[in-house]
Design a protein around this ligand. Sequence first.
Ligand code: SF4
Length: 408
Amino acid sequence: MVDGKAELLAPAGDLEKLKWACAYGADAVYFGYEFGSLRSFAGNFSLADAEAGIKYLHERGKKGYAALNIYPFSKEYDKVRETAGVLDEVGVDAFIVADIGVLNCLKRLGVRAAIHVSTQANTVSDAAAIAYADMGASRVNLARELSAEQICEIAKKTERRIETEVFVHGSVCFSYSGRCAISDYLTGYRANHGECKHPCRWKYALVEEKRPGEYMPVYEDERGLYFFNSKELALFEYVGRLTEAGVASFKIEGRMKAVHYLASVVSFYRQVLDGKKFSREEGMRLLGRVPNRGYSDGFMKGDVGPDDYSMGESLSQANSLFVGNITGEKYEGKSVVEVRNKICGDDELEVLKPDGTLTTITMPAEMMTTNGQSVDVVNNNKAITIDIDLPEFSVLRKVGTKDEKYRC
Ligand code: SF4
């Protein structure tokens, strides 16, 4: 809780993303360290990053939680203890743990930071939540396999004993969160050690062993084979009800996602937590600005069915293209844009500001680079100036169909 209000908790895949999440309204962020997080490929924090990140957060009255949520083998506990000691010293506000052994280890170490139980622990009852409270945890992230009704019941029953946290947005496992070995089998990378290669989102076909290279499509129905490829959660319509039931924190998935995702999704949920109402259509349109595999209510509505999986399609789609962001620097008195994708003269761009407001601008026919060149087209890795005063972290994007986004 933040001043009696539910907390908005955002992912931070690296130090830059931590700053973006803060700018767009997160109350707290979670990140992984060099050891122990369930996202080995998420650009995890070094010790220097963790120190700088926690300082940055605390200076702004925000919190930082370190994920220590792998399921370590016995021989890895020296490393668990070492990591916990280092991060506790840095001043992290909480450790996120999944394994009961890690939880016990942290209690025995007497870490100063709070202990939050990860969604990977699959907590689906008030009895389990209370058990974690008895073991010393102060918060539990409830399993993504629960309905709104079940979450409300658990939150109400446990409110005096342990905080509840709920994922409101982002990717989900097709399996019970984390209880999956497809990545281990197909790639040799272990999901429960943070190495998942997400093979559940791949496209599969049938090959007869004597005819290698002949891929026969497999259809579960006329739309294709889709039972592995879960849509992503977008649960903004449930926030009010869950807040009333006492849920203390709403968490956004995506430590591996880009800064445009953070800006768009965090600012959207910031507004939702602050009481702004969005129709389903408007919410989906705004959340559709970033790549996604389709959105669903998942188990929040009760059971899941075929509509909660992406039909025969595993590619991410977005109704906008992130083309640049305001760096906060000035060049000859003008705002500097870091170009992320092709921008053309006369392009009409949507601007998302850190306070969540949207506006539209038209780029001049001739744009000026920070090298003093006049150009009518500019590509990524370049910087241009813009004659409009926009706050640092503002996002510039082209909105429209795929063809419209890339035209010029
Ligand atoms: S392969 Fe898919 S279902 Fe399995 S752990 Fe990875 S993301 Fe989850």
